[in-house]
Design a binder for this molecule. Structure first.
Ligand code: NDP
Length: 391
């Protein structure tokens, strides 16, 4: 790790107050904190008190709340510290544009797209937790990273696992990418019982501790659906090369199958700090206090086929990939609106997939996006239609 001030790496964390953001700061602290890194910008939304304390603790140059109504509170909390303060969407982009060489993209949802694109465009290495960037803007986002010249370092545990075991010089021999899925809290529930679940039951993930929305997306397997589309763009594979397998213990984080019959897997405890640390110190491995796997205590590793009748989100991901166009954008936009409505108790758990599918059907013929404005227009239209269906 760097020691002299001149060699300190400059970091920005978009979404520092969230689950991934807090884990990232934990990793940063364990790898030397302010002695090893310069914190350029930290961003949050509603949790201004935490954002302010993080900014002070890590000596950030800039703190940004996405919520403009919280600007004065943040400004007041940081008065006299010398830390600059900004708010709103333009504030997020300002944070992303400051010259950090490594940017953690951990804002939840489509709100992360514009700032992450801004960081990619100026050539920063992007540690990507916000899968919505790839689901929604796929080829355009990958192209922006390529043109900017930075690296795209996947943080989602499955994609980070694949990134770790994908042999770059053996791409010709890659047969399948196998994404593992815990199956969530309703893995064994009958369809009839799934109808009545609430956001409180759905957020209780059996293995991972995560933000509210991704926890519910895991329960509906929309999270896996997004990950399938994410994998397609991240690793340039065809839809039929992406397989999902349910693995309730979440120990095998994902696998790559090659043409000689070999399958390479990455295993570990379910702790996002491993993936975050790998993205932060890549291509080196760092030292982290995550729980070690004890194979003598692992009673068993189970694998089962996913049930697409109870978890239609997986089928919708395949439909979106096969149709192409802006179907990934539409799936994500409609799903986000349906998810908000489910959290608010306005629709049922299974309605989320029904509404998303209905919106995808209506926008099935919209051609592929040739510019980001097309992505934003398709996202807006998908949200509008989903909101109308919800009523
Ligand atoms: P959280 O909900 O815990 O945190 C989200 C972050 O985004 C917070 O900093 C939050 O601010 C901020 N935020 C919320 N709304 C907005 C908005 N409109 N504009 C700008 N910022 C906003 O989410 P997670 O950390 O769980 O997830 C972040 C991303 O990482 C998601 O895309 C998720 O899919 C992905 N991911 C998460 C994993 C996990 O283990 N948690 C695993 C793999 C991927 P505040 O808290 O201040 O309101």
């Amino acid at each position: 790790m760097a020691t002299g001030a001149a060699s300190k790496r400059r970091l920005t964390i978009l979404g520092s107050t969230g689950s991934i953001g807090r884990s990232t700061l934990d990793v940063v602290a364990r790898l030397g904190g302010r002695d090893a890194f310069e914190m350029v910008a930290l961003t949050g939304n509603g949790n201004v008190a935490l954002l302010a304390s993080q900014a002070v603790a890590f000596g950030a140059e800039l703190a940004v709340t996405a919520d403009e109504t919280q600007y004065s509170e943040l400004k007041q909390a940081l008065a006299g510290t010398g830390i600059a303060v900004a708010a709103g969407r333009s504030g997020l982009v300002e944070a992303a544009e400051r010259d950090a060489g490594w940017v953690m993209a951990a804002i939840v949802g489509n709100a992360g797209l514009a700032p992450t694109l801004a960081a990619a465009g100026r050539g920063a290495d992007i540690a990507l937790a916000n899968k919505e960037c790839l689901v929604s803007a796929g080829p355009l986002f990958v192209d922006a990273v390529r043109r900017g010249g930075g690296r795209l370092l996947p943080v989602d545990s499955e994609h980070n696992a694949i990134f770790q075991v994908l042999e770059g010089d053996q791409r010709h021999a890659l047969e399948r990418i196998i994404l593992t899925a815990s199956g969530g809290p309703f893995r064994t529930w009958p369809l009839a019982e799934m109808k009545g679940v609430t956001a409180d039951t759905a957020r209780a993930h059996p293995n991972w501790s995560m933000g509210l929305k991704i926890s519910i997306d895991s329960a509906s397997m929309f999270n896996k659906a997004l990950e399938m589309i994410e994998a397609r763009h991240l690793f340039s594979v065809a839809p039929e090369q992406i397989e999902v397998i349910v693995h309730p213990q979440s120990v095998v984080h994902s696998m790559v199958a090659y043409s000689d019959g070999s399958v390479l897997a990455q295993l570990g405890s379910p702790d996002m700090r491993t993936a975050i640390g790998y993205a932060l110190t890549y291509p080196q491995r760092c030292s982290l206090p995550v729980e070690r796997l004890d194979f003598t205590k692992l009673a068993r590793l189970d694998f089962e086929a996913p049930d697409e009748a109870r978890f239609p989100a997986l089928r919708l991901a395949r439909v979106a990939m096969q149709r192409g166009g802006v179907q990934g954008t539409v799936l994500n936009g409609a799903k986000e609106v349906a998810l908000e409505a489910f959290i608010a108790g306005r629709i049922g758990f299974l309605d989320m997939a029904e509404i998303t599918e209905a919106v995808m059907e209506r926008l099935a013929a919209v051609p592929a996006a040739s510019a980001m404005d097309d992505v934003f227009a398709a996202d807006d239209e998908a949200r509008r239609l989903a909101a109308r269906l919800i009523g």
